[in-house]
Design a protein around this ligand. Structure first.
Ligand code: M6R
Length: 610
């Protein structure tokens, strides 16, 4: 949701800023811009273009900016005002002395804008961001940092900001409240960015700026101040993942690469978290005795992470007999949350920056609940709001459609559910041993499914022009149906609905005819026959069925148009295996349709605004 980069140092800023921006394009891609302080005359120059970053690059190739060692850049996901050149960042104040890029939402911008306009300020865009530049101008009396600090005190909402001032041609100021921002520490040069991939090929040393902090970067120093304008000490972390992990490495899309990474990601989690027959959840921050005391669990999350949470409910209720509520964070945050100190909240998020998930967690925390995060991004806001963190360490996920992060979340939920089953003495040692043995086979099963990639692409082709899809599953594969539908609709724009197969007769069956695709998740299970009955009902109405079934199930061919097989596993683990063909199916349809798989329209990778 908007990407920011900034540079102060000894090299020409423009290519560095552009390269960083390209790595952040997954965060927002409807317009972009760059601003620098020219080394020759300390004048600020900007260049902005609607559309993808390529448009900005083309523009800069035609009309280059002057050499400079200080600059900021931005890739936008529009909130206030259409995607246009005027609304693209950076934004100036009236004197063209202050330049600002912003990620987040200034909630009181209308009130501030009215006040500033009454004082004579002239606005050139419809954005909320522009008020920040004018507000700093209003407070500016020769001290850049003091003006920024005064302005920040008046802002409500969330922000990550990169700010330049013509009078300080060696200084970059960064600030964050509720939106991510990191500082990359280099040798005689420093960077800011919304996310680590932007700076990874320049430095692996990072400072994770905390909420309320303001940083003053010069080429050879970084000073950080808190809300009370007091200097604070900072910790410089070393990023673990490699430059290659944020490159496509020969794959046509990041999504394809990330689907292929899943066997290794799952194997890695199991290696780190299972010792013999025991689940080891270091980082949980809760003893077994504490875990046992919770009489209720709520899982809060959004989108794909919410679907992972739904599976978590089935598993925890089955293994541990604890009631689990799964809540879309955007709804839960505004409801009466019936939580107290005997409630455990499990917040799931790939990015750890999803605004609604963070807000729901804060509400529950204030009521005394304990928070465990299942998160992929180290040091993200969610991990700082939580009592314990189970990192999935799936590596950077760049494709907007979540794939490896989802199956990593599922894997972690299996382990957490096993742990709870153990703590509550519901699951026998033999059952646990058996399930762990089956889990260990999952990476190999994933490799097996990946071999049918071309077959799945072939199956997908005739379906690419269907007008709508239904995804049906039962019991623990009901969440799989929801996730399969989300994957397809977000990257191919084909309307797709996920449904509990047993609910089909209560409405969705009216959709079925020969032009609808129905994906039925029907692995061998206790309710297999029920699923087959649903498939017969669809066939009777001429619906075209793609079945996801267990290898060896020849009979299912009689009830479906096409079959994608997954290896045999324990019934409870089938959602993990079903995830991959559903991802491959969505991917293949989107590729057939020529869609932008990694950057689907209207979306952004991390949703840091409500
Ligand atoms: O970073 P998070 O896991 O909190 O993100 C939640 C959703 O925004 C995300 O899963 C979204 O639904 C994906 N585009 C799905 O592929």
């Amino acid at each position: 949701m908007c990407g920011i980069t900034g540079y102060v140092g000894h090299r020409n800023a423009v290519p560095l800023l552009l390269a960083g921006l390209e790595k952040l394009e997954y965060r927002g891609y409807d317009s972009s811009g760059i601003g620098i302080v020219a080394s020759a005359n300390a004048k600020i120059e900007i260049s902005k273009a609607p559309g993808k970053i390529k448009a900005l690059k083309d523009l800069l190739a035609l009309s280059p900016l002057s050499p400079s060692t200080l600059g900021i850049s931005h890739s936008r996901w529009a909130t206030h005002g259409a995607p246009s050149k005027a609304n693209a960042h950076p934004h100036f104040d009236c004197t063209q002395k202050i330049l600002v890029v912003h990620n987040g939402i200034i909630e009181n911008y209308e009130e501030l804008k009215d006040r500033l306009m009454q004082k004579g300020h002239k606005f050139l865009s419809q954005t909320d961001t522009e008020v920040v530049a004018h507000l700093i101008e209003e407070h500016y009396q020769g001290d850049f940092l003091a003006a920024v600090q005064k302005a920040l005190k008046e802002l409500k909402g969330s922000f990550a900001l990169g700010i330049l001032c013509r009078d300080d041609p060696d200084t970059l100021i960064a600030a964050r409240l509720g939106s991510p921002l990191i500082i990359g520490v280099g040798k005689n040069e420093n960077f800011i960015a919304s996310d680590v991939p932007a700076i990874l090929d320049q430095t692996k040393k990072v400072i994770y700026l905390k909420d309320g902090e303001v940083a003053v970067l010069k080429s050879d120093s970084v000073a950080v101040y808190n809300l009370a304008s007091k200097k604070v000490s900072v910790k410089v972390d070393t990023v673990k993942f490699s430059v290659e992990s944020v490159q496509k490495q020969g794959f046509a899309h990041f999504m394809l690469k990330e689907m292929h990474e899943q066997p290794d990601v799952i194997a890695q989690i199991l290696k780190a978290r299972v010792c013999g027959d025991q689940v080891v959840l270091d980082g949980l921050g809760l003893s077994d005795a504490q875990l046992k005391k919770f009489n209720r669990i709520f899982i809060v999350a959004c989108g794909t992470a919410y679907h992972a949470g739904l599976l978590g409910k089935y598993l925890m209720e089955k293994f541990a007999h604890v009631p689990v509520g799964v809540e879309a964070a955007s709804e839960f945050r505004y409801r009466e949350q019936l939580v107290d100190k005997k409630t455990l909240i499990i917040a799931i998020s790939q990015s750890g920056e999803t605004a609604d998930t963070l807000a729901a967690v804060k509400e529950c925390r204030a009521k005394g609940a304990k928070i465990i995060a299942i998160c992929n991004v180290v040091g993200s806001s969610l991990t700082r709001e939580s009592d314990g963190v189970l990192y999935t360490h799936a590596g950077p996920e760049i494709g907007v459609a979540s794939t490896k992060a989802y199956t990593a979340q599922l894997t972690m939920l299996y382990l957490l559910a096993l742990k709870l089953g153990n703590v509550h003495a519901v699951l026998s040692k033999a059952e646990q041993r058996f399930l762990i043995g089956e889990l260990r086979k999952i990476p190999e099963h994933f490799r097996e499914i990946l071999k049918s990639k071309s077959l799945i692409a072939k199956i997908a082709k005739p379906y690419a022009h269907f007008g709508c899809f239904l995804f049906l599953g039962r019991n623990i594969n009901y969440p799989s149906a929801l996730e399969g539908a989300l994957k397809l609709k977000e990257i191919s724009y084909i309307p797709a609905e996920g449904y509990a197969a047993g609910e089909m007769k209560h409405g969705p069956i009216a959709l079925i005819d020969e032009y609808r695709g129905v994906v039925c998740i029907a692995p061998q299970s206790d309710i297999y026959e029920k699923m087959i009955s649903n498939m017969q009902e669809i066939r009777a109405r001429k619906g075209k069925i793609i079945a996801i079934a267990t290898a060896g199930d020849e009979g299912i061919k009689n009830h479906s148009t096409d079959v994608i097989y997954i290896p045999k596993t324990h019934e409870l683990l089938t959602p993990l295996l079903a995830a991959l063909p559903l991802q491959l199916l969505a991917y293949s349809v989107a590729v057939h349709l020529g869609c932008d798989v990694d950057q689907p329209r209207n979306l952004a990778k991390s949703v840091t605004v409500e």
